[in-house]
Design a protein around this ligand. Sequence first.
Ligand code: SF4
Ligand code: SF4
Length: 413
Amino acid sequence: MKRREFIISSALALGGTALLSGCGKKEVKKSENQVVRRKFGNDEMPLIALGCMRLPMRDGKIDMAELDKMVDYAMAHGANYFDTAYMYVEGKSENAIGEILKKYPRDSFFLADKCPAYLVNSPSDVRKLCEEQLKKCQVEYFDNYMVHNINKNTLSNYRDNNMYDELAKLKQEGLIKNMGFSFHGDPQMLREVIKEHKWDFCQLQLNYLDWEVVNADELYQIADEAGVPVIVMEPLRGGALCNLPEKAAKKLKEECPDDTQASFGLRWVAAKPRVFTILSGMSNFQQLRENVDTFVNYREFTENEVKIAHEIAQVIQSQGAISCTACKYCMEVCPRGINIPAIFGLYNIFKGSTAPNKYFMFTANYAALKEDERADKCIKCGLCSKNCPQNLDIPKLLGDVQKAYEDAEKAMK
Ligand code: SF4
Ligand code: SF4
């Protein structure tokens, strides 16, 4: 049945000419087709949210008309959570989303922003940055505000400058409602960060590929066990999971004809109960509409689909030509503790990826590994290969990955 939109706004009943409320704000035209929501504190959050890292562009600038159309559609369907950050779109994302959202009443949407830990050199910087960001977004408070990108490079900035305490003060004053952090480190670091303080939420990179080949399963489990609600970033792995290698795409089409590649990836993430919203960086109206539709007509992931996701992840991995099965037998004998399966997994994703940001994703994820677990710390003793059921020449392959990483870094300069 064709969807019928109905308008709650009385303004529309008058012909759609008077869409401004008494306070000069535009009322939300609500469709009867609303995205599913999950509880977070006292709020009900939409399960899908608009990530503002990859906004629509035209002639080198943010396409404000397209963004306006996207936001209106999202708001009408209840996808009223927007996530931005200081450095997104070369620092222009905050201004853009603020400019679009200002027409709506503040309590009709959720806005999340992030404090760039790498720019914090003293505790007072946290407040300065937050106030600047509030101004850029033209709001008086952020619903969710987080330490952006805790990783091995920013951990000391975060800790030495008491960023948690500074965020807590902002929360007390009502400048932010909930405080959290986004994370790109290893499981041990996540365990420590979560244990140190009481967080309202954390933001993790979670998708069915990272679950299989890196450590997303461990990261999710740590948050879940600690009872910390999770926001998901990169559910489609920077676009890689909606640009599947041919063989994987064919498999998905055969097994799940009712899904698109994007809907399959998003539904997989949504099946994790600790997740309360999923950020997807959408660059055009078509992508937004497809994602919103996925959560309007939401179907729970089945056990069979979990199995299919696992198989597709394996197909993707196989594109990289390193036939590692992640059994970890090699790690039992490595005197240096090199994280061989994780390194090979990242390389395989990189090789099979057609995503435009594949170099960034590869170098960022590789750099997130602990330094002493990386390929360049291998001493080429060869013990690992003797233990590998796949008979892989592991020291040579580690050298190949290291070179690919260095080449990728050069390619980004
Ligand atoms: S060759 Fe390298 S990876 Fe393999 S066991 Fe020795 S140090 Fe570890
Ligand atoms: S032993 Fe071989 S197949 Fe198993 S994780 Fe190590 S490299 Fe991969």
